[in-house]
Design a protein. Sequence first.
Length: 283
Amino acid sequence: MSGSDSISATLFDRRAWRAHRGRAANGVDFLHREVAERLIDRLDLINRGFAAVLDLGARDGALARTLAQREGCALIVTAEPSPKLLAAAPEPRLCADPELIPFRDASFDLVASCLALHGVGDLPGALIQLRRALKPDGLLLAAMFGGSTLVELRTALFEAELAEDGGVSPRVSPTVELGDAAALLQRAGFAMPVADSETITVTYPDMLALMHDLRGMGETNALAARRRFLSRATLARAGAIYAERFAGADGRITATFEVLFLTGWAPHLDHTKPRPGPRRRIV
């Protein structure tokens, strides 16, 4: 096992991560669909076709079905680590973990990935694999959670565990900061790397409702070092802290999701020519 493999293996429990995604087969998909729409908005700014497309982390194939409506998309392959989710995705489909991209070099004109890469332990290694899977002048367009995601929940759980248990355990997966994202693309060999972010704010009646949605999204904690259970006292204190710090005038709590959008091109001689990039839009 290489050094990067070792880091990846110890960061995430891959079996738990796949199982969590499987819970989303009949779960909550509003956030993933919203991010997929914003991903397509960025693709619409690029005036060219993509014949061979990979939808990486395809879930039930909603993004792939939208891409199939685009002119020139002759082949769309859906790849998803959860068999339950993959069963609803259009064919051709493949059960695959983004930790290990099972495709030959120069296979695709476009790789699109919606909210999957934040579950990768070795992100630089995964980006290198994706760049190799692209044909020259192929495009990577990916969305992943950024560093401000669920900052409210992290704060409440941290303070509650510290007070009730005398220590803390990792509760939310580590994320990439916007300032590092373009550098990671460049390090992986992409040309003209661009990273921008948007913030999506969702309100809930209480912390338990938020945690219920996270479970339904398949976005619960899959860190290998996670503590499996929260005591009732810790959970109650965390809920109280959340309500005190992050509730609006109507009493509803706020949950922040920062989404990073990554764009990079597989190197090609034509990259000396300017190409339009994605717009930044903050909501």
